[in-house]
Unconditional design. Sequence first.
Length: 231
Amino acid sequence: MPTPPRRLRLAPSLLSADFAALGEAVRAAESGGADALHLDVMDGHFVPNISFGPALVAAVRARTRLPLDVHLMISDPLRYLEAFHRAGGDTLVFHVEADADPEEVVRRARALGAAVGAAVRPATPLAALDRVFDRLDQVLVMSVHPGFSGQSFLPEALPKLREARARLDRDGHDTDLSIDGGVTAATAVDAAAAGATFFVCGNAVFAGGEVAGNLARLRSAVEEGAARAVR
Ligand code: DX5
Ligand code: ZN
């Protein structure tokens, strides 16, 4: 029996939107066909930049029914899981390099009733996720150094995606495999061919042009790449 096609999802990152017109950005993403929204939380410690906290997540939650994917680029994820879950985060994605026991983060996020993802920076091997890999709803491979939108895609993310894809397929897990950073219509093809299924896109959605058209281009790119993926 042929394997059913994988579900491919586009998650615009609001970090690239106009913060003074966030409601419009949310509406444009939703009506343009986004499957989820990605919210980049930065604490000025784990990464050099500072973005926003639970209040902004709650404001977005009030405007959309799309799943909210909260990317916690923060040093102390355990301290804030509950606040971001209460604010309306559906998936809480923590960094394995953060100062927390990954097993404890997964356990606590689950106890709250949240879906849980774990992220690796470009320099971190996938093996850093070993202790929790089988229990995740999402594996997030960073293709830029976390901290800022609008950077270029680092191709060393591709072998890491292939490795994660092989492992998930071998174990029969339908965990989301997320790629984040520098995803454009060009790099999305390669990421999808390498097995990514969840595409975070900031500038490619919000910087210039029109959101629905940008999402349509990204959608064709991921479908084209996925069709090339070895199954
Ligand atoms: C980077 C963030 C990304 C970023 C994506 O630290 O985690 O989600 O906003 O933006 P682009 O797609 O512009 O690289
Ligand atoms: Zn992100």
